[in-house]
Ligand binder design. Structure first.
Ligand SMILES: NC(=O)c1ccc[n+]([C@@H]2O[C@H](COP(=O)([O-])OP(=O)(O)OC[C@H]3O[C@@H](n4cnc5c(N)ncnc54)[C@H](O)[C@@H]3O)[C@@H](O)[C@H]2O)c1
Length: 503
């Protein structure tokens, strides 16, 4: 096995630092785990991130079959800690869903969820679930002033190569990663067939399918995988049947029937179209928010009035920006696939534009504050309430708070951070003080609500503490404050809300 330079991996959950072993071999550990589960099918989940680690839990707690689950990730500084954490009894994802801990304790009791970095695990798999990341490289992700991007499939190909080099000839490879449409049929299946041929094995028993996650990190994390509708397809009839058979053992398909599509191009397209629709819906509201601010209108009042129409229930509200791993890239994956995998000369122009508009939202949020504030922000003390991209979750990937925070820092502000769900802000290498009371003992010139966590909504005690601050600015970027709360704060402070020209 390979030997890399000695390096470390730090857990953002516990702060514990792990030394990454120089020898990347775990055959003994994997064999010992398999020996504990004679006769059980082995499911290897590739990628122990926000989706894969929890999918592994769901498979370890399957409904109608007992599986031995092996989660595999890379022995890299960013990911090695996840492997150690799973094996040491601390689940690597912080979430408000109590089912996560319940399922994890169950798996620990049954000893049927093991984590490793050794690709030897693929040789034992009856099913491999691919749940790794497939990133889009944006030209200038930092200042969000971007138009160009690229999709580099090399790391994804490497992951498929690792499977092909060791897998059984009759394995089911179920791709759940969000991929450019065309990937399972044009890339994964041919790569695996070629790898089997190279090993002198026939490819006629190989099964490759695609089914996408609709994971919602937060209070319904597990249910969003196990108790929710799923779309799937196979690269051939045999594969589709195998995917269906597997999904039926882990997902409550009696209540949430599976939807089978004609082929994997269609399921892959369904995933990115689903997310592009949402990203576009948000982007659409950006210019209307600006219009409302200029026209002295409360956009929330307008949207709520429109939402009375059943056909318009999902019209979006304004905000600080769009974050997370999916909506910020999936429309681009689709557009890239159209041109690069299907040879079109046209991109998905509107969908790409939607992403660009959303990426610029934090710039607007900062400009709004600066222009309204009137005075220089240099030296001002600012408290940000929330750093994660979504309410009630601890995921900071591509959080719009980052762009906003960077601009405050560049303007010379002294910025303090709070988030009840994020202990360590990985992208900023910053530990977050979870004690809001302690933070509010300091005085701030501006307090900004940057994430709509439950802790900040309708919280009378928090409101009282903010009222006790010296007269300053309260800037609500996502419409958390009610009219009554705004009126109460206005007795002392200046209150601004994105999309509210009436204040
Ligand atoms: N996070 C969500 O809410 C969500 C929802 C639906 C779908 N998805 C999709 O699911 C996929 C996974 O997302 P995520 O949020 O879990 O990403 P993530 O970045 O949290 O996790 C991906 C993991 O895969 C690992 N990995 C990368 N290459 C590997 C390899 N060759 N072998 C083993 N492990 C490898 C990485 O180290 C990382 O730990 C993505 O395609 C994403 O778009 C995510």
């Amino acid at each position: 096995m390979t030997t890399d330079t000695l390096t470390v991996s730090k857990s953002p959950v516990t702060g514990k630092v792990y030394e990454i072993p120089a020898v990347k071999e775990d055959k003994t550990g994997i064999d010992a785990f398999i020996a504990l589960h004679p006769g059980k099918k082995v499911v290897v989940v590739q990628g122990l991130g926000f989706v894969g680690s929890v999918m592994g839990l769901v498979v370890a707690n399957a409904l109608t079959e007992e599986y031995a689950v092996i989660g595999i990730d890379l022995p890299s500084p960013a990911s090695y800690w996840k492997i150690r954490s799973i094996n040491e009894g601390i689940f690597p994802v912080i979430a408000s869903d109590p089912k996560i801990e319940e399922y994890y304790q169950n798996a620990l009791r049954k000893k049927n969820y093991y984590a490793t970095f050794d690709p030897y695990a693929y040789s034992k798999a009856d099913v491999v679930v691919v749940d790794i990341n497939l990133d889009v490289q944006k030209k200038s992700a930092k200042n969000k002033d971007l138009e160009g991007y690229n999709v580099d499939l090399a790391p994804f190909r490497k992951a498929i190569e690792a499977i092909g080099a060791r897998c059984k000839e009759d394995v089911l490879v179920l791709v759940e990663t969000t991929v450019p449409p065309g990937t399972a049929q044009k890339i994964v299946r041919p790569m695996l067939e070629a790898a089997l041929a190279q090993r002198g094995l026939p490819a006629d028993r190989l099964k490759v399918g695609h089914s996408y996650e609709r994971v919602m990190p937060g209070p319904k994390y597990i249910d969003s995988i196990q108790n929710f509708y799923r779309v799937f397809a196979g690269t051939d009839e045999k594969s589709a049947a195998a995917v269906e058979g597997f999904l039926r053992t882990v997902i409550r398909t009696d209540e949430y029937p599976l939807t089978r599509l004609g082929n994997t191009n269609a399921t892959e397209m369904a995933k990115v179209l689903e997310n592009s629709y949402r990203a576009m819906n948000i982007a659409f509201m950006v210019e209307w928010s600006r219009f409302a601010e200029e026209a002295g209108v409360d956009i929330y009042e307008v949207v709520n009035a429109i939402r009375m129409r059943p056909t318009h229930k999902n019209i979006m509200l304004p905000g600080l920006g769009v974050g997370g791993y999916c909506l910020t890239k999936d429309p681009l994956l689709a557009s890239w696939a159209r041109m690069n995998l299907f040879g079109s000369e046209e991109k998905l122009g509107q969908s790409e534009k939607g992403v660009h508009i959303n990426d610029k939202m934090p710039v607007y949020a900062f400009d709004f504050l600066r222009s309204q504030y009137g005075a220089s922000l240099e030296g001002k003390k600012v408290l940000l309430l929330g750093v994660s991209y979504l309410n009630d979750v601890g995921d900071t990937r591509y959080t719009p708070v980052e762009g906003f925070y960077d601009q405050l820092q560049a303007a010379g502000c002294e910025v303090s951070l709070h988030d009840p769900h994020v202990k360590y802000w990985e992208e900023k290498d910053t530990w977050i003080n979870p004690q809001l009371d302690e933070l509010l003992q300091e005085h701030y010139d501006v307090i900004v609500i940057t994430t709509g966590h439950r802790d900040y909504r309708g919280n009378a005690a928090l409101l009282e503490k903010i009222k006790q601050q010296p007269a300053g600015w309260i800037y609500d970027t996502i419409g958390v404050l009610t009219n009554e709360e705004i009126r109460s704060l206005q007795e002392k402070h200046t209150v601004k809300v994105i999309g509210r020209g009436d204040l």
